[in-house]
Every structure is written in structure tokens, then in C-alpha cells.
Design a protein around this ligand. Structure first.
Ligand code: AMP
Length: 397
């Protein structure tokens, strides 16, 4: 897809730039406890401010559902942004109306202002055109740097983009370029690794991926549903037996599309779901009736490594086993480290994200060596499902 970036913005000194950012940061005792999301939006803020524009930040916080809920105010976040930015960040206690207009009128070129929680207004989540118009009244230009909010058609992500010249911020740009390189126009062969607990939460994702990738490794609890659909007795394993038909449909679709599905060939089983539980590796025809599969076995890990070696592009979502409880993190760690090595060696473009995946890759010490790890959660998963993200669509040039 084609979208405009900050490179297309020239002559913006003194212009009012409304920048949608993700400042939905974790708080503890009234203070920001993790600044990752703030750090991600600093490049765009710094660049725009450095070019002399008036940088007006739009963001949501929590789920106040259209009401002014005091502990969902963005006020404490303004000082956290200021501390990391190294310059003052003003705050207006409403994102529209007189408070916003007055605060914007008081700005000089290069200044940064944060407006209060957009979700204090019902018009945000309803994508009410009047609300979007009220937001747009304070800007000349709109920049969206919040990929993680782009799966929602809200006033500050979609409505406003239709009213002002719209651009992707640097973080949005990096995310779109990474995702485009993985599934848009990837270097083939493309491998997807999908794990996690349940098939039921990833049906759309699997259906999309089998039409887009050359190989699909299925691991984690969700693999059990596929194995059971093939007639394998999975004992007491997590398994959605009622989804056997869905699993068969997905396998048939993969077959038709020329996508090779790679299921585990052995399993690590235990009787208890806890760290250090006694365990053994068994072949698939020998899963004990009273045991559950908590990881894929050594032979399966070898297969996954072989597939990673055969791939030039990797898309990863979900752990291959119950990675939070050792030793059932073994396959996830081994596969993540192998992908990281191949990426470092320049042989693989690796893109990962969604839910527990970031935690799993962090646990494996692999995050820094992946080409791109998305922290966007829901938006990343919807992208894997092949859905149009309204906030991204609205940026299309
Ligand atoms: P998801 O959020 O769908 O990606 O699922 C992640 C969760 O799946 C993690 O908490 C893992 O512990 C869990 N998981 C992965 N493999 C298994 C398994 N074989 N049995 C039970 N839970 C698993």
C-alpha cells in the first residue's frame, strides 16, 4: 500500500500538526511504570518539533466509555513524555472545545502539547463526524503514529484522517514497512509459525495465512486440535475437539493453496501444568491417556529448524509450548533463537508479534535480533487475519 510519511511534509514550521500516538501506558501509584510506548513515539515528536511545527498529541487512555473518569486522565502521562523528550509538554484538559483551542493558540513553533483522553467523548469510539471535525479544528495536518490503535475506526484514528492531509509517523511507517515486507511483497519461501493456546481465537488468522505463506508450522496447544482431527489420541491435553471440522477445513484450504502444514511429530508430556513437572518425550502414537502435551518434542524442534532454514521470510505468532513454565519453554526458545541467528546472518526477514509472542521472544533473548517485533497486539493480529485496518486504510495516498 502507498502512504505518505514525514518525508512528504515540507515547510511545516509554525503549522499545527495533530499527532495520534499510543500513550496507553501501564500506571502504578499514579506514575507511568513502563515507558516503552512513549519511547516509540519520540522520533516523530522530536522530528516534527525540530522542524518548528506545533506538535499536538492525541491519545486515548483506558476505557472511560465517553465519560470523564478521573483516574483515566492523561495528565500524569504529559510529565512522563516531557521527561523522556527533554522538553516541556503542555496539557489541555479536553481534546476539543475551548480548553484545546486556548492551549493550541498559546503554542509557539516547536512546542509540544498533549490533549486529554479522546475517549472522554462518546464521539471517539462512535467515530462521530462532529467529534472528528472538532478534533480537526485544532490542526492543519494529521499524523498517525499509533499502529496499535489502527484496527479501530475511531474519531482520532479514522474520522480525522479524512478531514486533514494525513501522514504516517515514523513508528507507523516502520510497522507498515515491516509488515509489508513479511506478507505484502515478501521474499519467498515464506514460513509462518503459529502457536498458542487455542484454535478458536486464531481461525481467521490461520485461514488467511494458508493462502499467503508457503509453509505453516502449527505448535502449542492449538496443534493438539489438529492432531486430534487426524485421529491422534491427545490424552488430557488442551484440545478443542469441537473444532475438528474447522481444523480439517484449514488443512484442506492449505492443500489447495499449496501451503505445507507442519504439525508436531513428537510431544513433551506431563501430568501436571507446573514448572518442573515430571515429563517425558513420546511419539504421537504413545501419548498416555492421563498426560497432557505441554511442548513439542526434540524431533519436532529439528523439523522447525529445518523449515526456518528453508525460509527467507518468517512471520511468527504464539509460543510452541507452555513457555511460561520450564522446561516446557524449550521448543519456543530453540526456534526463536534459531530464527534470530538466521536473521543476524542476513538469511531471514523475521517479523513477530501479538499477545504472548513478545514475552516469549523476550524470554528466549531473541527480540533484538528479529527484524521486527510488533508490540501492537490486537492490530497486529487483525493484520495477520488479512483485515483492512481502518486507521491504516485512511492513510492510503
Ligand atoms: P495465545 O495467547 O493464544 O498465543 O496463547 C499463549 C498461551 O498458550 C501461553 O500462555 C502458553 O502457555 C499456552 N500454551 C502453549 N502451548 C500449550 C500447550 N501445549 N498446552 C497448554 N497451553 C499451552
Amino acid at each position: 500500500m502507498a502512504f505518505k510519511t514525514l518525508d512528504d511534509l515540507t515547510d511545516i514550521a509554525g503549522k499545527r500538526v495533530l499527532v495520534r500516538v499510543d500513550l496507553n501506558v501501564p500506571m502504578s501509584g499514579g506514575k507511568v511504570s513502563d515507558t516503552t510506548r512513549i519511547e516509540r513515539v519520540l522520533p516523530t515528536i522530536t522530528e516534527l518539533s525540530g522542524k518548528g511545527s506545533k506538535v499536538i498529541l492525541l491519545a486515548h487512555f483506558g476505557r472511560p466509555k465517553g465519560e470523564r473518569v478521573a483516574d483515566m486522565s492523561l495528565a500524569p502521562v504529559a510529565s512522563a513524555v516531557a521527561a523522556l523528550l527533554g522538553k516541556p509538554v503542555a496539557f489541555a484538559d479536553d481534546c476539543i472545545g475551548q480548553p484545546a483551542a486556548d492551549a493550541v493558540a498559546a503554542m509557539a513553533g516547536g512546542d509540544v502539547l498533549l490533549l486529554e483522553n479522546t475517549r472522554y467523548h462518546k464521539g471517539e469510539e462512535n467515530n462521530d463526524p462532529d467529534f472528528a471535525t472538532a478534533l480537526a479544528a485544532n490542526g492543519d495536518i494529521y499524523v498517525n503514529d499509533a499502529f496499535s490503535a489502527a484496527h479501530r475506526a475511531h474519531g482520532s484514528t479514522e474520522g480525522i484522517a479524512k478531514l486533514l492531509p494525513a501522514y504516517a509517523g515514523r513508528t507507523m511507517q516502520a510497522e507498515l514497512e515491516a509488515l509489508g515486507s513479511a506478507l505484502g511483497a515478501p521474499v519467498r519461501p515464506v514460513l509462518a509459525v503459529v502457536g498458542g493456546a487455542k484454535v478458536s481465537s486464531k481461525i481467521d488468522l490461520l485461514e488467511n495465512l494458508v493462502t499467503r505463506v508457503d509453509m505453516l508450522v502449527i505448535g502449542g496447544g492449538m496443534a493438539n486440535t489438529f492432531l486430534a482431527a487426524k485421529g491422534i489420541n491427545v490424552g488430557k491435553s488442551l484440545c478443542e475437539h469441537d473444532l475438528a471440522e474447522t481444523a480439517k477445513t484449514i488443512m484442506a484450504a492449505a492443500d489447495k493453496a499449496g501451503c505445507e502444514i507442519v504439525l508436531p511429530v513428537d510431544a513433551v508430556v506431563a501430568r501436571e501444568f507446573k514448572a518442573g513437572a515430571a515429563n517425558e518425550t513420546v511419539s504421537l502414537d504413545a501419548i498416555p491417556e492421563d498426560a497432557m502435551i505441554l511442548d513439542v518434542g526434540a524431533a519436532s524442534i529439528d523439523t522447525v529448524r529445518t523449515k526456518i532454514d528453508a525460509a527467507r521470510t518468517l512471520v511468527w505468532n504464539g509460543p510452541l509450548g507452555a513457555f511460561e513454565i520450564a522446561p516446557f519453554d524449550k521448543a519456543t526458545v530453540a526456534a526463536a533463537q534459531h530464527a534470530a541467528e538466521n536473521t543476524k546472518a542476513g538469511k531471514l526477514n523475521s517479523v513477530a508479534g501479538g499477545g504472548d509472542t513478545v514475552a516469549a521472544l523476550n524470554h528466549a533473548g531473541a527480540t533484538d535480533d528479529f527484524s521486527y517485533v510488533s508490540t501492537a497486539g490486537g492490530a497486529f493480529l487483525e493484520w495477520l487475519e488479512g483485515k483492512d485496518l481502518p486507521g491504516v486504510k485512511a492513510l492510503e495516498a
